[in-house]
Design a protein around this ligand. Structure first.
Ligand code: GTP
Length: 424
């Protein structure tokens, strides 16, 4: 794998960020490379493929264009994506392949599909192959994931409550933007011509906080040095899925976060549960400077299961984060102690591992005031002795997970996160 196989670059980015413009630039600048291009076109929403096909610069016999329509390559077209790459590369030797996702695609499932399809991942692909009927492709590797960010729309998109529909899956624009930023190797901060330098510095500081690993390149009209995004060998699935800022912050918190352009982060920890009503109220009107928050929490009345909160701009979702280790049979608990020795150090005689750990990232945040507001959501001494089941609890109910030995300190990234819809 690697050297001799065809490098695949995936371009993501919200609608209108400049993916097609970047792709056109790459094609124009790649006279010395034979490129294949796959464009995911969502029918009426997106006419990229037409634009690409019409461009005379691109209608070059060395290049091949495949359009994947009527669906999303992060959802039902996952198999089609691999089929298309398989078809393209069966008889022709390309130097590289560029995949342009739709503006609503999540990069993680696309990368998962490619790493599984190229047999490049440590995950067991058997089920995937059975489900899709796909033969693993041995002649390609996922090389670089690129997210194009629209500098001009960034703040607005983060604060937007616009809901996007990705083939039936509804998500907030801000949530998608954060996912795209958190999962990539290279961030193109595009449309720099429309934004002043001070604002660009601020956006870049936020991007760095959200995604410390990615290379950030400022561009105008997608004019990037092609070597920054093609055949870079930058992609690593494990690293990519673990590198998001909030994850690093949870694992190695630096309490007095270095401030750059007003972007800071802190970790909130507590060993008492949140009052479900007060915490719901806080989430309803989450402090505006918070750009991103994620972590697990303990909700009074939910002593079986840890919950996970995921705030990205205006989007707030809650998901199950696995059973508390305290609920496990003693022998399984011992296994967990062995695997995670630090668990024993923080174990509470009464409540075991139950507790809350959230990372909060934001711009111009007053840490103390946000910390205080979170603390006010914790049960008071009096409430600690009350009947917790009697509290008004608007959070969604989740079925207990089948596997009970999940470590809640790891991010399980469960599917099925629920938009909590606390506001209504
Ligand atoms: N001023 C300015 N406009 C840009 C820049 N990059 C792209 N645009 C314009 O922004 C619009 C959207 O660009 P596209 O490249 O089509 O964006 P996209 O991400 O492919 O959009 P979708 O395919 O709809 O998701 C076009 O009108 C581009 O000409 C830039 O750096 N500066």
């Amino acid at each position: 794998m690697g050297e001799q196989t065809i490098p695949v670059t995936v371009l993501s980015g919200t609608l209108g960020a400049g993916k097609t413009t970047t792709l056109n630039h790459v094609l124009r600048e790649s006279d010395d490379r034979d490129l294949a291009v796959l464009v995911n076109d969502m029918g009426e929403v997106n006419v990229d493929a037409d634009l690409v096909a019409e461009s005379s610069d691109i209608a070059d016999e060395d290049e091949e264009l495949v359009e994947l329509s009527n669906g999303c390559i992060c959802c039902e077209l996952r198999g089609d994506l691999l089929d298309a790459i398989g078809g393209l590369t069966r008889d022709q030797e390309f130097d590289a392949i560029v995949v342009e996702s739709t503006g609503v695609a999540e990069p993680l499932p696309v990368a998962q599909t490619l790493t599984l399809g190229f047999d490049q991942s440590d995950l067991d692909p058997t089920e995937f192959y059975e489900e899709t009927g796909i033969e693993p492709l041995e002649n390609c590797h996922l090389d670089t994931t690129v997210t194009v960010v629209d500098a001009h729309q960034f703040d607005e998109a983060m604060q937007s409550d616009e809901i996007l529909d990705d083939d039936g899956t509804k998500k907030h624009l801000g949530d998608l933007l954060v996912e795209q930023v958190e999962f990539c190797d290279v961030l193109l901060l595009n449309k720099c011509d429309l934004v002043d330098d001070a604002t660009l510095d601020e956006i870049e500081a936020t991007l760095e906080m959200l995604q410390p690993r990615a290379e950030i390149v400022r561009t105008t009209h997608g004019r990037v040095d092609v070597d920054e995004i093609i055949d870079t060998d930058r992609f690593d699935f494990e690293e990519a899925s673990r590198s998001a800022g909030w994850m690093q912050e949870l694992q190695e918190p630096h309490q007095s976060a270095e401030e750059e352009h007003g972007v800071t982060s802190f970790v909130f920890e507590a060993r008492r549960p949140f009052h479900p009503e007060r915490f719901a109220e806080l989430l309803d009107a989450f402090p505006e400077p918070v750009v991103r928050s994620k972590g697990h929490f303990w909700l009074a009345g939910r002593e079986e299961m840890a919950l996970m909160v995921n705030v990205a701009g205006q989007s707030i979702r809650v998901a199950p984060a696995g059973n508390w280790i305290a609920t496990l049979p003693p022998e399984e608990r011992e296994d967990q102690f062995e695997a995670y020795p630090e668990l024993e150090e923080t174990w509470d005689d009464e409540w075991g591992d139950r507790g809350t750990k959230l990372v909060v990232i934001g711009t111009e945040m007053d840490h103390e005031s946000i910390r205080e507001r979170l603390e006010l959501c914790l049960l008071t001494d009096e409430e600690m002795d009350a009947d917790w089941d009697a509290f008004d609890d608007r959070f969604p109910t989740f079925e207990p997970p089948e596997e009970t030995d999940e470590d809640v300190t790891e991010d399980p990234e469960h599917d099925g996160q629920e938009e909590i819809g606390i506001a209504d």
